[in-house]
Design a protein around this ligand. Sequence first.
Ligand code: SF4
Ligand code: SF4
Length: 662
Amino acid sequence: MERATREVFWNVSLVWFFYTLSALAIGAFVLGAYRIVSIWRRGWKDSRRGKPSASLSRTVADGLLNRKIFRNDRIAGLMHLCIMWGFIVLFVGTVLLTIHHDVAPFLFGTTFLVYSLVLDIAGLVLIVGVTTALVRRYVIKARPMNNLFDDGVVLVALLGIAVTGFALEGLRLTALEPFQDDWSPVGTAFAAILDGLPGQPQAWHGVIWWTHAAVSLGLVIYIPLSKLFHMFAAPTNIYLAAAEAATLTLEEREKLVGDFERTQMVSFDACTKCNRCENVCPSFAAGEPLSPRGFVLNVKAFARRKYGIETRLPGKARESVTALQVGDMIEEDAAWWCTTCRACVEECPVSISPMDVIRETRVAQMADGRKVPPTVRDMLRTMSKHNNPWEAGGSKRSRWRQELGAKDLSAGDEAEVCYWISCIASDDLRNQEVARAFIQVLSHAGVDFAHLGKEEGCCGEFVKRLGEDGLFEAIVENNYATFAAYGVSDLVTTSPHCFHTMRRDYPALREKLNIDGAPQLHVRHHTAAIADLLESGKLTFTRRLDSRVTFHDPCYIGRHNGLYEQPRRVLRALPGVELVEMPRSRENSFCCGGGGGRMWLESTADQRMAEIRVREAAAVKVDVLVTACPFCMSNLHDAAKTAGYAEVMEVRDIAELVAEAL
Ligand code: SF4
Ligand code: SF4
């Protein structure tokens, strides 16, 4: 019996011409890819820290299994899996067919039949995926997408390749009527449909074969010219970005201002323009002129222009391009609107961090000095003069701290734990109440604590987010000297911003700068500290609160540090408290607008982020909107008044509820 197989170039003449076109298309692809990789290599070399095994498992989960695309949209996840795996299997099938034809024939009998079946299924899966994408993008507009030219071209080309591929198979089966047609179910179905075509199947086959070849080879050339290049850049970026970025000292940083790290350069090409980051950006939602997606694409255009031209130019001409600053390319003041809430990073399916790119741009603009908002410039001047962002702070805050009735390290007291009060909790009346409540909680639990009194300066967190790395480094050195002088290593704070920067930024700089005598810090946020006290039985609640509450996850304890459970455990333990969740909670929490130095920028948008958030809390009908951050407290407290909810809903810190229940 004749073995099942197929003649590769059945009914095709001018095969040599096809080979020539293929070689040209592959050459164009290689050149395009080489150009992109050379641009990547113009970024500064990072020394990220992480385990290759962890990077690999992230690449498998997010790159090959599309974990993050599934996160908030299962249909999108399935759709992308269909497109990606359909495409990969068809590509591998084409390579195998080439090997069979040009190197070593092996597609015979059962091997061929299985091969036909697998490719049939892959083609069908690709059609399902691409059709879903087209319908979601252009017909039902499943979510805001900002469609660009290559989005449509890529989808139509993929659909064209899959459909013409099946048409070819159908016409071949019609003409040859081979015995293996049962193993090509979709091809057989196409054969039945195309059977009624007028004229010879061979004639139709010839026309469609060259159309199929032209679209396929065109797509090969188009890969490095379009978003399709993300098929290489995305897994590369996911792998690289899984490792933690290095912290740079001022000396290192000064040499690199205006340029981007290699991983960031890769990330620009990994962007699939899916719009997810924009859809979750609070600044964009409030109507401010910032789109994380737009930002990444703008910086990519800048990098392409600067380094793309640079790689081709010699001598003098190159120098003029090298002088191009990122500030020349980024629209107006977009970088300053970012709250560094990290929602875009959490949402991006390919591990791009628009937030870090934005900070890098701020660093460049800060060094350049041209586009720094005047209010930010004034605040930084005050910071460097008075070691706090509010000039009035100084002696007033020292007096207030002395009146707290807690031990004061600067007055010669000693204690195991240092309560880092923070600037805003010292200077803002509403947040002073929170500090008092937390002191009450610590005292009730018998914690041996003290504050730093007049010696507590600013942690410098927003200075870092605003891109003033020089001042930040000076603040860190100064604070380490204070910690060393007063024997402080165990800290607790009510501010997620102080917590984050002392936990993440300080140790990296301590290591890099080799600061003399700097202690190793153990920093906790008060939500975690209260949860620990609760667990160890040191808090006894005697009063029922009888409240329906919801928790607003502050970005810097939630998305930045993963403390989602601790505050909820505390709230659930409070007698008479019913905890309900807002639709956007935990990693999907919506920023109040206070981070990233935004407290020193007045928004010109129609609505404030905090007002959007207060409305979300009011929609779940709670008596209390609970938070655990002084910036959130300030913003939400004001927003409850301006949005008209002050009478029906209180805004309180978790420490205040705990203190009340004691
Ligand atoms: S960090 Fe937040 S505010 Fe900044 S771009 Fe991303 S989503 Fe928008
Ligand atoms: S940065 Fe990430 S989330 Fe934003 S458009 Fe690009 S791929 Fe999508």
